[in-house]
Design a protein around this ligand. Structure first.
Ligand code: XMP
Ligand code: MG
Length: 173
């Protein structure tokens, strides 16, 4: 079986959206020192683009969570790589690549809430709302995508394609 890539969003469009999101975050976090939490692995490129547009005394950390297949509504998940930064009292902004069913994000936000941050918000560059099973509040939302599997801009298929600067739909042939 071979896979075919169909262009969805080019790098200029993506960068314009990153800039728009960064401007909103820049305004909302004036006078604060947010802890930016990237979700591995998919968010690493978006996070790198986003934080370089923020003129704030921010810190960056990463977390990796896996949701259990088949128990999506229970919100159970496994923290594969925990944060190395204390979260209590911090203004935490989670940076995610894509929200799909919402299971992973719901679980991650609950995990972070238990650590008593001063505030907790979510920024996601891509959203597939038609796939949602668990409600998730996305405070800074980029592109709304149809129900298609996408790769590039950090997103993978079996760990491939993450480095592509544009976003592509992956079609099986
Ligand atoms: P849930 O369903 O928990 O899943 O919202 C979010 C995670 O699923 C992965 N995901 C994708 N990865 N192309 C990808 O490369 C996609 O179209 C896609 N949809 C979901 C991704 O890891 C995300 O964090
Ligand atoms: Mg992800």
């Amino acid at each position: 079986m071979t896979a075919r890539l169909r262009p969805l969003l080019d790098r200029e469009k993506i960068q314009a959206m990153v800039e728009a999101l960064a401007q909103r975050i820049q305004q909302d976090y004036q006078g604060k020192s947010p802890l930016i939490v990237g979700t591995l692995k998919g968010s690493f490129i978006f996070l790198a683009d986003l934080v370089r547009r923020l003129d704030l005394p921010l810190e960056v950390d990463f977390v990796q969570v896996q949701s259990y297949a088949g128990t999506e509504s229970s919100g159970r998940c496994r923290v594969v790589l925990p944060l190395s930064t204390p979260v209590r009292g911090r203004d935490v902004l989670v940076v995610e690549d894509i929200v799909d069913t919402g299971a992973t994000l719901n679980c991650l936000m609950e995990y972070l809430k238990r650590k008593r941050p001063a505030s907790l918000r979510l920024c996601a560059i891509f959203d597939k709302p038609s796939r949602r099973k668990v409600p998730v509040q996305i405070d800074y939302r980029g592109f709304e995508l149809p129900d298609e599997f996408v790769v590039g801009y950090g997103l993978d298929c079996d760990q491939r394609y993450r480095h592509l600067p544009d976003l592509w739909a992956l079609e099986e042939e």
